[in-house]
Design a protein around this ligand. Structure first.
Ligand SMILES: NC(=O)c1ccc[n+]([C@@H]2O[C@H](COP(=O)([O-])OP(=O)(O)OC[C@H]3O[C@@H](n4cnc5c(N)ncnc54)[C@H](O)[C@@H]3O)[C@@H](O)[C@H]2O)c1
Length: 333
């Protein structure tokens, strides 16, 4: 695709978003409804983190007359097929997954069920009930402990350091295969540490905010010497909406592409904690710990493809995004 020849999403499109009660899913569904689209959502409302937060997000969407929600599990193939058959979505965005790197070390089963079996069911449904475009969430964690920065989609990604990363890489391989064999147009998106209002309570920034306010020590790994390409959720949503109507060009018999979506400005963990302290108006007590299994030293997205194909780059500075998160967080508490 050449610069400038990308399409804009038609507001009449019907989009099926899996994981719609999740953090990114909620923000995406809300933006799509505001845009005028019809949206179908599915989520199993699992209790990996506080279900009431998922219910709160969902409650802000379900009164919309262009939104239909199904509380179902991706591993329930029959239920999923029924939704595809009845709703006939134009585009599918697969965000439902068991997220979290550390949790995958102790609880691998749910990753295989949701991320592998669940994703396979989505692919099978797209094969039997064709859609214009399948867009799915991958992750920066597929880069493992790669040293070369920034991380490019041309880099090696076959050395995952967590089962979570391995399932996300598997999704990319499965999606390529389905594109090649069954002519499905598929785009994979490697998200880089997404944060923002209504965010995930299992993520470090959320836990830090909670502990700082309670006056409890926060666990700082590798002495704060780590870097993350923190990406504000609205930038992720804008990126996804740009990509939805644009199927990849055919290459070697497959319409398949993977993009990084990251802020492209990695922030040191120590600086990030300082920003959070500033936004909360309180200093953190810190407990310094060694690097944890499954953790990577840094993430840094090369987003040149995104810029070339869509003239789009995430641009929310960490100070501004963190302020919006803490404003929400303080009222939510
Ligand atoms: N937030 C990030 O920093 C980040 C970074 C990289 C990739 N991702 C990926 O982006 C996607 C969305 O992440 P998020 O941060 O919104 O996470 P989230 O956990 O808030 O959202 C995922 C949603 O999917 C639902 N779900 C999980 N398994 C399901 C199943 N089997 N059937 C139906 N619903 C199921 C969960 O209940 C949850 O509401 C995930 O695929 C995640 O792996 C997120």
């Amino acid at each position: 695709m050449m610069r400038g020849d990308y399409k804009k999403l038609e507001p009449t499109a019907k989009i099926f978003v899996t994981g719609s009660a999740g953090f990114i899913g909620y923000h995406l569904v809300k933006a799509l409804l505001d845009y005028g689209c019809h949206v179908v959502g599915i989520d199993n409302m699992n209790d990996y983190y506080d279900v009431s937060l998922k219910e709160t997000r969902l409650g802000l969407l379900t009164n919309h007359d262009r939104f239909r929600f199904f509380q179902k599990d991706l591993t329930d193939r029959q239920a999923l097929e029924q939704i595809f058959q009845d709703e006939k979505p134009d585009i599918v965005v697969n965000l439902a997954a068991q997220a979290g790197v550390r949790y995958s070390i102790d609880f691998p089963d749910t990753y295989i069920q949701s991320n592998i079996v669940g994703f396979y069911n989505v692919l099978e449904c797209c094969r039997h009930y064709p859609v214009r475009h399948l867009v799915y969430a991958s992750s920066s964690s597929v880069y493992g402990s790669n040293k070369k920065i920034p991380f490019s989609t041309d880099d090696q990604t076959d050395r995952p350091v967590s089962l979570y990363a391995a399932t996300k890489k598997s999704n990319e391989l499965m999606a390529y295969c389905y594109s090649k064999l069954y002519g499905i147009s598929v785009t994979g998106l490697r998200f880089f540490t997404v944060y923002g209002p209504m965010g995930r309570p299992d993520m470090a920034y959320f836990k830090f905010a909670e502990k700082i306010l309670r006056g409890e020590p926060i666990q700082v790994y590798n002495n704060g010497d780590m870097k993350r390409d923190f990406t504000y959720v609205d930038d992720i949503v804008k990126g996804v909406i740009n990509i939805l109507p644009n199927v990849p060009l055919e290459k070697d018999g497959a319409r398949y592409k993977v993009y990084n979506i990251g802020n492209n400005r990695p922030v040191k963990l120590a600086d990030f904690i300082e920003t959070l302290e500033h936004c909360l108006g309180k200093t953190a007590k810190k407990e310094f710990l060694p690097m944890q299994p499954g953790d990577v030293y840094q993430t840094y997205a090369d987003i040149q493809d995104l810029v070339d194909d869509f003239e789009f780059r995430p641009d929310t500075p960490i100070e501004e995004g963190m302020r919006r998160f803490t404003d929400w967080f303080l009222s939510y508490r």
